[in-house]
Design a protein around this ligand. Structure first.
Ligand code: FE
Length: 135
């Protein structure tokens, strides 16, 4: 497989749905409470919708009432990149997939214990796999 960092925007467009492209490649934000994983409570693993890299476990997912899937920790800290984002007149912390460079969401310091962090992630940026598909 080609290194996802070398994909052209045209290749990304062919690979992704319109909504995935808008979020992952154009740093868009899905409408709150609209995403397919916002209310997902089953046990499983969340992968990058762009390249399939593992990002979050359902074990750290919680209901933040903010309208987007929220996690208080990462599956593996080396799988994401954290960057300052000064778009839209705000200073926020952007969360990107380190493997493919796609935008995932933002990080806020108002999460629950033990980390106090809230990874606020677009459903459209994720792919979910159930741990126990038969249940
Ligand atoms: Fe990725």
């Amino acid at each position: 497989m080609k290194d996802p960092k070398e994909l052209t925007e045209q290749e990304w467009k062919e690979k992704l749905t319109e909504e995935q492209y808008r979020v992952l490649r154009e740093k868009g934000t899905e409408t709150p409470f609209s995403g397919k994983y916002y209310s997902e409570e089953r046990e499983g693993i969340y992968y990058c919708g762009g390249c399939g890299q593992e990002l979050f476990s359902s074990k750290t997912k919680y209901d933040s009432h903010c309208g987007w899937p929220s996690f208080y920790d990462l599956a593996n800290t080396s799988n994401v990149e954290i960057k300052e984002d000064r778009s839209y007149g705000m200073v926020r912390t952007e969360v990107l997939c380190r493997r493919c460079g796609s935008h995932l969401g933002h990080l806020f310091p108002d999460g629950p214990k033990p980390t106090g962090q809230r990874y606020c992630i677009n459903s459209a940026a994720l792919a979910f796999k159930l741990s126990h598909p038969q249940e």
